[in-house]
Design a protein around this ligand. Structure first.
Ligand SMILES: Cc1cc2nc3c(=O)[nH]c(=O)nc-3n(C[C@H](O)[C@H](O)[C@H](O)COP(=O)(O)OP(=O)(O)OC[C@H]3O[C@@H](n4cnc5c(N)ncnc54)[C@H](O)[C@@H]3O)c2cc1C
Length: 388
């Protein structure tokens, strides 16, 4: 399966880069410092039609292909990882509905999400259930024409600022998480819902990561996504696709760090020479650039697999996220090294980029979980997977 970057992709990159450099980059340090959600940049992205790229035209979206969506995330993350999460999570939250929702649900919610009027979040993780999604405990009990939701979620990106959530809860606890979990659309003004706590974090500090509580939250039965018991499958199929956004974010963070390191090293003088002229520094920069390019191309290849709904797309998206996340961590750490002591202080952006990069190795499945997914597919391909 091949992929090709088109003139339209190049044009999109140029437009987003200009917007990111002019309007987002100057805000990045203050967003990090204040740890506040950048409402102004949400409005900016909405006005530029950049929150509707994953929605169809009939819902007010621009329906861009996977590579274009990767380029958008990459270019915003290049200057600010927090702001890149606004389009990334808009897609993540909507994906369960895209994959398994009905037309009525899409018609009701997608226009407001595509325009950016509403934000959506994806509520899967619980305090005791992170990597082990099937051990989720939140409950949804059918009562007449409503489900009654009780329980809590932890670490939900945009959970405290979203208007609507896709949430996963057990409708048949006896069947366990894999078979007894269902997915729901929950509007956050529903009585009994609260977001009592937002975490203090190492990076992506302007992106609120919230604890959510559900106390007898009544959700119309019409808001169940897919069939009863489909929740685990919907969650996994969502993450198999959405982690491409995290790979793109990681590539963007790495590229931002390379650009900052080159610019600094070209003006910094030591021993009467520019730091960028030392071979030891050039070799570091060459490693940073080539590894980032490899991660970028792998991410584009994975995006093409997602667009084609290829059966092995989890192998590709997990590989892209694994490689890009580890690359972002390594490259941002090296960028701090290139700047020496100045890399360690907040006057320059690379220490923020290094803090931001770490999350790409953790969320939407840790790097260990990506390896499990890749290995499972590898063994299946080789016909040596364990039975049962
Ligand atoms: C900032 C932030 C934003 C997030 N946003 C969202 C969101 O929007 N929605 C949402 O639902 N969740 C979200 N999450 C949750 C995130 O996806 C989980 O934190 C992540 O999946 C890991 O779960 P855990 O933190 O419970 O770690 P654990 O699962 O407890 O893992 C602890 C360690 O054990 C390792 N480990 C676990 N199982 C295995 C195994 N089988 N083999 C080898 N190693 C293993 C892990 O890799 C890790 O190193 C977010 C988290 C953070 C920090």
């Amino acid at each position: 399966m091949s992929y090709r970057l088109t003139d339209e992709h190049d044009e999109l990159r140029a437009v987003v880069r200009e917007l990111a450099e002019e309007k987002i980059a100057p805000r990045a340090a203050a967003i990090d410092e204040a740890a506040e959600f950048p409402w102004d940049l949400k409005e900016l992205l909405a006005k530029q039609d950049l929150l509707g790229t994953c929605f169809e035209e009939k819902h007010g979206g621009t329906n861009l292909d996977g590579i274009a969506q990767v380029i958008l995330a990459e270019e915003v993350a290049r200057v600010d990882a927090t702001t890149s999460l606004i389009p990334i999570v808009q897609k993540l939250g909507a994906l369960p509905i895209t994959l398994a929702g009905n037309d009525e649900q899409k018609d009701r919610y997608f226009p407001r999400l595509a325009s950016g009027e509403w934000l959506i979040a994806f509520g899967l993780t619980e305090a005791a259930a992170g990597s082990d999604v099937a051990s989720n405990r939140m409950r949804a009990r059918l009562d007449g024409d409503c489900y009654v939701l009780n329980g809590s979620k932890r670490f939900i990106t945009h959970g405290s600022v979203a208007n609507v959530l896709t949430v996963f809860a057990l409708t048949d606890p006896a069947a366990g998480g894999r078979k007894g979990m269902s997915a729901f659309i929950v509007e956050t003004d529903t009585p009994g819902f609260a977001a009592p706590r937002v975490e203090h974090k190492m990076g992506i500090r302007g992106s609120p990561t919230a604890e959510l509580t559900f106390d007898d939250v009544r959700v119309p039965a019409a808001n169940r996504i897919g069939d009863d018991g489909d929740g685990f499958r919907i969650a996994m199929e969502t993450l198999d696709r959405s982690r491409l956004g995290i790979a793109a974010q990681a590539v963007g963070i790495a590229q931002g760090a390379i650009d900052a390191a080159v610019a600094y090293a070209a003006q910094r003088q030591q021993f009467g020479e520019r730091v960028v002229d030392f071979q030891g520094i050039q070799w570091m920069l060459a490693d940073m650039a080539s590894q980032t390019e490899a991660a970028r191309q792998l991410t584009y290849a994975a995006a093409a697999r997602v667009d084609a709904n290829a059966p092995d797309l989890p192998y590709w998206t997990s590989s892209a996220k694994l490689v890009a996340g580890d690359t972002a961590m390594r490259v941002t750490t090296d960028a701090v090294q290139v700047l020496g002591g100045y890399g360690y202080i907040s006057e320059y952006p690379v220490e923020r980029m290094m803090r931001d990069a770490k999350i790409t190795q953790l969320y939407e499945g840790t790097q260990q979980i990506q390896r499990l997914i890749i290995a499972r597919q590898l063994l299946q391909r080789a016909g040596v997977a364990k039975r049962g």
